[in-house]
Design a protein around this ligand. Structure first.
Ligand SMILES: *[C@@H]1O[C@H](CO)[C@@H](O)[C@H](O)[C@H]1NC(C)=O
Length: 266
């Protein structure tokens, strides 16, 4: 969803005859490889053909959070937890099929507002030394400008693609105020209250194509979900994230109503 170099990227990818979709093509730029299996809540969302599309993260053993624009359809989706190098079998992976996709009902693919989706898994993920659950902020919790957060993912390591070696990457970024991010020098009015910006004024570090849906973690809680941007790591254009503290109630209500519906059936 990162627009400008996205065109260039699409062109390059077309030359390489790889399909370039809006969905999820966003690897971490300017980051580093974390200690293997130290980020245990992250999952890779893949096609049934095992192509990584997006990131996501576990919020309990049956539910994953990702971006709504990562919705490739229930029948084409595979969730992989406990992974580190995507192309290498490490014996720590758990692959699970989704049972239900719940994109936010107010998701707008034009404005990217409410870019959030819940995925119910067909079976529980086993929590172990490679896989665990992420914590969410409470509804309405704020995160102040300048706070250092960390985003991780399997997306591109440079705006024009980067390499294939597919280990997880991570980068630390400061939160940018909505005022600055929404200003005419930056996103010029396209930032809603459901979005959060993070990055450096000079660019150089960012989420990129393939990182969509991945978690931005501040103070041990997931405050943001990689959503969109203009290019990757461009000066003046921080990454834009879905602000999870605006959706805590929706997440809790959606999961609760799923289980009450099930109970009423019997
Ligand atoms: C961003 O700017 C637009 C246009 O000025 C405004 O409508 C919108 O409310 C602003 N967003 C926030 C979160 O203040």
């Amino acid at each position: 969803m990162k627009l400008l170099p996205s065109l260039l990227l699409c062109f390059l990818l077309e030359v390489l005859s790889i399909s370039c979709q809006d969905t999820g093509l966003e690897r971490i730029v300017g980051g580093y490889a974390p200690v293997p299996h130290s980020i245990k809540y992250i999952v890779s969302i893949q096609t049934m053909g095992r192509q990584h599309i997006c990131g996501g993260f576990l919020i309990n053993t049956y539910w994953v959070v990702t971006a709504a624009h990562c919705n490739i359809g229930l029948t084409n989706m595979l969730i992989v937890a406990g992974d580190y190098a995507l192309t290498i079998y490490e014996g720590t992976e758990q692959q699970i099929l989704p049972q239900l996709l719940v994109p936010h009902p107010a998701y707008n693919s034009v404005t990217n507002n409410n870019d959030l989706m819940l995925i119910k898994l067909t079976g529980p993920i086993q929590q172990n030394q490679y896989v665990s659950i992420a914590l969410l902020p409470r509804q309405g919790a704020t995160i102040t400008q300048g706070r250092i957060c960390r985003v991780s993912g399997w997306g591109y390591t440079s705006p024009v693609g980067g390499q294939i070696p597919s280990t997880l990457r991570t980068v630390k970024l400061p939160i940018v105020s909505t005022e600055k991010c929404n200003s005419s020098e930056s996103f010029n009015g396209r930032i809603t209250e459901n979005m959060l910006c993070a990055g450096f004024t000079l660019g150089g570090k960012d989420a990129c194509q393939g990182d969509s849906g991945s978690p931005l973690v501040c103070d041990g809680r997931v405050y943001g979900v990689v959503s969109w941007g203009i290019g990757c790591a461009e000066p003046q254009f921080p990454g834009v994230y879905t602000a999870l503290s605006h959706f805590r109630r929706w997440i809790d209500d959606t999961i609760l109503s799923y289980y009450s519906r099930c109970n009423n059936k019997d």
